[in-house]
Design a protein around this ligand. Structure first.
Ligand code: GDP
Length: 492
């Protein structure tokens, strides 16, 4: 009622009058169809956004979380440049290769797994997954999209240096979020003669980092990425923190994960590293990520070993994609039909977002044009007096949402010499009456995601009515622009 700008009683009465007796109660949740009918009845032209209904979503939270098996914690290493992140990761990574495994060469795939020794009980993780996606950029990009892939952040601070700008950045990043991410401080380079871990701890306290030994809850571990000193303690600390965090996930059921990185591989085509967070990813599974789909053809772990399935906490390279997925996008599983439907809905959404950018650009251009015109009014006086040539348009679109969007985008493109004018915008395939109307008005027909039967094409050709159709909105915009340019007088 508030959105429709009427009193609730009025709305309820109106609903009863049109036969919605059961629905006419203040706490009844209307279907989108009924809500749209009512809005139309009250003079609005609503758009039903069904896009979410046709997408694939992660499975709902498990009803009995405590019964699920533990999963490895996902750990990201951050800190100031040169404080030793890469060295630390390299040393940790080398312990990820199972001892005695011949030719175990680790490959950079965006993540690797380190076993937690002496972990045979059921209480904690048996391995830790380290993300080695370079820098903060990927981390921030995923956070920006609300993808909390990381459970623990290791803040590396060099013991011979101190709190530096990027150290503070990390602290602020974690402080700002109401996140569940746990911080562990690794005071690095303790092998160096100038190392002074105590002064680092004091400096951290001054930054508001409540270290455990001062009564807080943030552990600090002294390490040397170079010599490996302190790394077993670091791994043990991560494992203890993870145990408190209660990290659990389904090991069966549909997969949910995120793309860590992706690239084109000569023989395999598009390949993406997928971090599995819930469920099980298997060879042969149909998956969707962003606007890409695929059927898992080949999976390998960070040791380059082929695997048939991947459980939560595992990162695997996946081939079998039809296009290159984007780092940070989520990965979901579905049937062929569900994925097809989700893709077409996502594509539409992306197009409307692009279109919004186009509309903004057009509006900006118009504003600038107007400003320029009012400044140079005298100079342009002659031109202002002549009527601009009009490019008349008849728009046909597949759904009302795109129809409105197109009308907004295509109306009024141009300048004071030639300008586009939408004379009709409706939903549905192009019909004979559209052609006849366009002929009468001397208009061009533009179709978005609609079809033109052969017979209609013939009628249009006979009547000299141009028809242009596309499934890509900016192509339609381009078409209008080029038709407008054709209307401009030839300048000498
Ligand atoms: P990043 O920029 O944080 O990734 O730092 P790097 O891992 O590239 O390390 C920067 C420099 O510090 C390199 O010259 C490393 O060899 C050195 N370094 C890293 N860790 C240690 C350490 O634990 N002890 C010593 N002595 N040098 C280290």
């Amino acid at each position: 009622a508030r959105l429709l700008k009427v009193k609730l009683d009025y709305l309820l009465a109106r609903m009863r009058r049109v036969g919605m007796t059961q629905e006419a109660s203040y706490d009844y949740i209307l279907t989108s169809d009924y809500a749209a009918l009512l809005a139309e009845d009250l003079g609005f032209s609503p758009t039903v956004d069904d896009e979410a209904a046709f997408d694939i979503h992660p499975p709902p939270p498990h009803p009995n979380f405590q019964s699920l098996p533990h999963r490895p914690p996902i750990v990201t290493i951050m800190g100031h440049v040169d404080h030793g992140k890469t060295t630390l990761l390299d040393t940790l990574r080398s312990s990820s290769v199972a001892k005695g495994e011949a030719g175990g060469i680790t490959q950079h795939i965006g993540a690797f797994s380190v076993p937690v020794l002496g972990r045979d009980d059921e209480d904690g993780p048996r391995s830790i997954t380290f993300l080695d996606t370079p820098g903060h950029a990927a981390f921030s990009a995923m956070r920006a999209r609300g993808a909390d892939v990381t459970d623990i952040v290791i803040l590396v601070v060099a013991a011979d240096d101190g709190i530096m700008p990027q150290t503070k950045e990390v602290i602020n990043l974690l402080r700002k979020e109401d996140s569940k991410i746990q911080l562990i401080v690794a005071i690095n380079k303790i092998d160096k003669p100038g190392a002074n871990p105590e002064s680092i701890k004091k400096a951290l306290l001054a930054e508001g980092i409540q270290l455990e030994e001062y009564g807080g809850d943030i552990p600090a571990v002294l390490v040397s990425g170079l010599t490996g000193e302190g790394l077993p303690e670091l791994v043990e600390t991560i494992s203890a923190v993870a145990e408190i965090q209660e990290l659990r996930a389904e090991q069966d059921g549909p997969v949910y994960g995120h793309v860590l990185e992706s690239n084109f591989h000569k023989g395999l085509g598009p390949v993406a590293t997928v971090l599995v967070q819930r469920g099980c990813l298997k060879v042969g599974t149909r998956i969707i990520s962003g606007l890409c789909q695929g059927k898992v053809r080949r999976m390998t772990d960070s040791n380059g070993k082929a695997v048939h399935s991947a459980l939560p906490g595992m990162a695997v390279t996946v081939s079998g994609w039809k296009a290159l997925p984007k780092a940070g996008d989520d990965v979901l599983q579905g049937s062929e039909g569900d994925i097809k439907r989700a893709l077409s809905n996502r594509a539409k959404k992306a197009e409307i977002e692009n279109l919004q950018d186009d509309i903004d650009a057009i509006n900006l251009a118009r504003r600038q044009e107007r400003d320029a015109r009012s400044e140079g009014l005298d100079a342009l006086h002659v031109l202002e007096c002549t009527e601009p040539k009009e490019l008349k348009l008849v728009i046909k679109a597949d759904v009302s949402g795109s129809c409105e969007a197109l009308e907004a985008a295509l109306h009024g493109i141009g300048n004071n010499i030639a300008v586009s004018k939408v004379i009709s915008a409706t939903v549905g395939d192009i019909t004979e009456s559209d052609v006849l109307m366009a002929k009468a008005a001397n208009a061009t027909i533009l179709g978005f995601s609609v079809s033109v039967p052969r017979s209609i094409q013939n009628i249009a050709a006979q009547n000299g009515v141009p028809i242009f159709t596309s499934n890509v909105i900016y192509r339609l915009i381009e078409d209008v622009r080029s038709r407008l340019i054709a209307l401009l007088p030839v300048t000498v």
